[in-house]
Design a protein around this ligand. Structure first.
Ligand code: C2E
Ligand code: MG
Ligand code: MG
Length: 405
């Protein structure tokens, strides 16, 4: 059991005695022992006012006689509730979206919505998501697994390497390009994913060195593929901190010259959320890059709600819709809506669109008539070593015949 699990106090508020018993039982089977249940909202509020709130998860039924969900949220705001709320509602409860919005407007944190009858695995999924979020926040408190010195050593010793994930045209299945994703092969700990060291690199002035190494390897692999007749685009993720100085642009120009890679085949991906944080700083540098014919892509789009004017000012050519809006969008109207909206906006701004996180054949089919240009995801191909790409392409061509939309 994780520490965060032990530390979560769970408060259930539901007028239905049976629900209360069922939820308490389900929580105890998945390891949560500190559970308090109330069938009366007013008593629950009294309890929460005095309890240690920050670690509290409040499981709240929206439909209660006496005090409805809206009124309860208002009271929670008044007692400055600082825990997390998980709503319980029926499948077609029209209040749920409005309640989530209202909670956000009150500055309350929500975790999602459990549909009655609540299934134990559904409950567990939400609580696991919360644990992961809390763990990530802890990491945000700069408790890194590796020291900056160890990462520096990894860079010096060549322990970082690139893998590549294919991007294909939805209309023909053709391999259009790849995205380079960095990995760290640690001699004792094995394969380490970028989310375990990119923030560390950003915080300790190592991100420039990482980016240079990733870019150099990516352009070299591009050059080799081209020699074998594979003329495809290469996307590299860059951090906005790479754009702090002009040195990076000079380095990039030199590498392009040295490898002979056409700048029009290079795409730099910047994540939307970071972009919004330091918008004015990056605007200038990104424009300079675009003037040099390098392509710019907004990564993880949909997660940060950037304004259309911000996007219009930076000459992006590509928009990558975050996988949160792609994976399973076929089954979810709200996701579908965000997806369509992003697509329209991209088209209006003349950008190519890429759907990230195409995990299943259903995701793939959903994209068929979505107007999206390119697709990327485990269903098409997982990130792989450079030498595996040619074989993958042959296998994909066969597979594509069977799944062509
Ligand atoms: P990203 O740029 O959005 O890359 C896509 C991530 O989604 C990759 O994770 C990829 O393996 C994963 N992915 C691809 N298809 C699917 C799918 O169908 N389902 C699911 N669930 N996931 C899929 P990865 O390699 O762990 O990279 C995570 C993030 O780390 C990247 O997100 C990017 O923001 C960052 N990153 C990776 N390499 C670099 C780098 O060289 N420099 C910088 N600054 N950031 C990097
Ligand atoms: Mg990316
Ligand atoms: Mg992404």
């Amino acid at each position: 059991m994780k520490d965060s699990q032990i530390n979560s106090d769970i408060v259930i508020v539901d007028d239905d005695q049976f629900q209360l018993k069922l939820l308490s039982h389900q929580l105890s089977t998945v390891g949560y022992k500190s559970v308090v249940a109330f069938d009366d909202p007013q008593t629950a509020l009294g309890h929460m006012q005095s309890a240690k709130q920050k670690s509290t998860v409040l499981i709240l039924d929206l439909n209660m006689p006496g005090m409805d969900g809206f009124e309860f949220l208002k009271q929670l705001k008044e007692i400055d509730f600082s825990g997390v709320i998980l709503f319980v509602s029926t499948k077609d409860d029209l209040l749920i979206k409005a309640s989530e919005k209202l909670a956000t407007a009150y500055g309350l944190e929500t975790l999602g919505n459990l549909i009655k009858p609540v299934q134990a695995n559904q409950l567990e999924q939400f609580l696991n998501a919360l644990n992961t979020k809390r763990e990530n926040n802890l990491k945000g408190d700069k408790q890194y697994q590796y020291s900056p010195a160890r990462l520096q050593q990894a860079i010096d010793d060549g322990e970082l390497f690139n893998v590549y994930q294919p991007k294909v045209l939805l209309s023909t299945g053709e391999l259009k390009g790849v995205e380079a994703l960095v990995r760290w092969e640690h001699p004792d700990d094995g394969l380490i994913m970028p989310n375990q060291f990119i923030d560390l690199a950003e915080d300790h002035d190592l991100i420039d060195t990482v980016a240079r190494q990733v870019l150099r390897n990516a352009l070299n692999d591009s050059k080799i593929w081209k020699e074998y007749g594979m003329d495809i685009t290469m996307a590299v993720n860059i951090s906005i901190y790479n754009l702090n100085t002009r040195d990076f642009i000079v380095y990039l120009e030199n590498e392009l010259l040295e490898t002979g890679v056409n700048p029009q085949n290079l795409i730099l991906e910047v994540t939307e959320s970071k972009l919004i944080q330091d918008y004015s700083m990056v605007l200038d540098m990104l424009t300079r890059l675009r003037i040099r014919q390098v392509n710019l892509s907004i990564d993880d789009f949909g997660t940060a709600q950037s304004s259309i004017s911000q996007l219009r000012d930076i000459p992006f050519n590509e928009l990558k819709i975050d996988r949160g809006f792609v994976t399973s969008a076929c089954n979810d109207k709200a996701l579908h809506g965000v997806f369509d909206g992003s697509m329209k906006m991209a088209k209006n701004l003349g950008m190519k669109t890429v759907a990230e996180g195409v995990e299943t054949e259903a995701d793939w089919s959903f994209l068929g008539d979505s107007g999206c240009d390119l697709a990327q995801g485990y269903f098409i191909g997982k990130p792989m070593k450079a030498k595996e790409l040619a074989d993958w392409r042959e296998q994909w061509a066969d597979r594509y015949q069977k799944i062509a939309i």
